[in-house]
Write a protein that binds this ligand. Structure first.
Ligand SMILES: [Zn+2]
Length: 441
């Protein structure tokens, strides 16, 4: 199989930045990383690609998104949560056909690719047409060339639009069929019981048992809003994580999203039982949810990854942006400049994304998928770099998407010099226009 070596100005290896280093790639995987002369000696037949002004770093991992929500961006902004939900999500999403779902996903994934995302986890719950909507999302990821983990939502709260809702039996069977069809690689499907306010305890347990059967993670929104805590307490006498523990689903497969309103004891329990957090700081700010107690999660040893959440509740969909936000928001809350440093934030947006999705991504290591990005060091947002130590702080705190020149997923260049390789931007724009004309008619 042919080998390609990428030779950037600097390589952000797992143990830190290295000048004169590169990455050897073959068959969609990283073969080796290290000093260029050694790589060239090891693979003399390799084709060499020079990224002379760029730093090569792992692609970022967007561990939580709802792709169709990109179509609803800017609608019902600045409203209380329930009003926002009714006037944007509940008003438009029931009308979405598979072609609209495809357009929304292509739109969302393309925009996040421009922001340096190479893997996205799409928490997807529009099931008007059974699994055809899931397949539309998968097709969009395929056509763009981004890696996808589809967190297939299991939802049985009847108060929501009918298309979100499935019986436990249907949700289980449909999710299982997709998990069998897409076990990993460029597309993996995992179960995602929506939340304690939108899935019955039996549905949550069905999702957790699918995860156990297939050895995958499962994702669930937990305590995003105070109303969920009040509701669960009223119904069960317990707070959300304590109730989930009573259902025997708090384990290392469980990846909770948001976790804003868990108390310290619950956070400690999550960590002790191996669970993880997917944190969406900008979304929590935009939707006025509150501020997650990140220092408590760090103390509990729970891995933390980052998500953008849907584009109508953020409204950006960049993980580099979330790296900046997790650090500066937590500093503002705690008045402690050291509580989340740039290195922590970078790890959350890269390596920890791989951990919560259980995929070999987010680090430049042999046998990991060849998913990485090239950042132009000449972009003003990356300057100055007079001392070696500025590189990572600049990536986390000042980088603008204009700096991202290359995106490589599975060894294939899917964005070159800021242009998509596999899709046409003008065509995407006309698709968005056509979909919006239909949805707003
Ligand atoms: Zn969400």
């Amino acid at each position: 199989m042919s080998v390609k070596i990428i030779a950037p100005a600097i390589c952000l290896l797992a143990d830190g930045p290295a000048s004169g280093a590169g990455v050897a790639v073959s068959g969609g995987r990283i073969l080796a990383t290290g000093a260029l002369p050694e790589l060239l000696a090891q693979y003399p037949e390799a084709m060499v690609e020079h990224w002379e002004h760029e730093v090569l770093m792992p692609g970022t991992v967007n561990a939580h998104n709802h792709s169709f929500q990109s179509l609803l961006r800017g609608i019902a902004a600045d409203r209380p949560f329930l009003e926002w939900r009714d006037e944007s999500l509940y008003k438009y999403s029931p009308k979405m056909r598979c072609r609209d779902i495809y357009t929304g996903a292509l739109f969302a994934f393309a925009e996040m690719m421009k922001c340096g995302v190479t893997t996205v986890c799409d928490f997807f719950y529009l099931h008007n047409e059974g699994t055809a909507g899931d397949e539309a999302v998968i097709q969009a990821a395929h056509d763009l060339g981004i890696r996808l983990v589809l967190a297939r939502t299991m939802y049985d709260w009847e108060g929501a639009p009918a298309g979100y809702v499935e019986s436990i039996q249907d949700a289980y069977a449909n999710t299982k069929r997709l998990m069998q069809k897409y076990p990993g690689g460029m597309t993996k499907v995992i179960p995602a019981p929506h939340s304690l306010h939108a899935a019955t305890p039996e549905m949550v347990q069905a999702g957790a048992s699918l995860a156990r059967e297939f050895g995958t993670p499962f994702h669930i929104h937990v305590a995003e809003e105070r109303f969920e805590v009040e509701q669960v307490k009223k119904q069960t006498g317990l707070t959300p994580l304590r109730f989930l523990d009573r259902l025997s689903v708090v384990n290392d497969a469980m990846k909770i999203i948001h976790g804003v309103w868990l108390d310290e004891e619950e956070i400690a329990m999550l960590g002790a039982q191996g669970g993880s957090l997917i944190y969406c700081p900008s979304s929590n700010m935009f939707l006025a949810d509150g501020i997650t107690n990140i220092p408590a999660y760090l103390r509990a040893g729970a891995p933390i990854a980052l998500g953008s959440d849907g584009a109508c509740g953020n409204n950006r969909i960049s993980v580099l942006e979330e790296m900046r936000m997790v650090s500066i928001l937590q500093k503002a809350k705690t008045c402690d400049a050291l509580c989340v440093n740039y290195h922590d934030a970078y790890t959350m947006g890269t390596a920890n994304g791989g951990r919560v999705l259980d995929e070999p991504i987010g680090q430049l290591l042999p046998d990991y998928y060849a998913d990485f990005i090239g950042i132009d060091l000449r972009d003003l947002s990356m300057q100055p770099l007079s001392q070696g130590g500025q590189l990572l702080p600049n990536i986390v705190y000042s980088l603008q998407p204009t700096a991202i020149r290359h995106v490589v997923v599975n060894g294939r260049t899917v964005m070159h010099d800021g242009q998509f390789s596999l899709i046409d931007t003008a065509e995407l724009l006309s698709r968005i226009k056509e979909t919006m004309a239909y949805l707003e008619a």
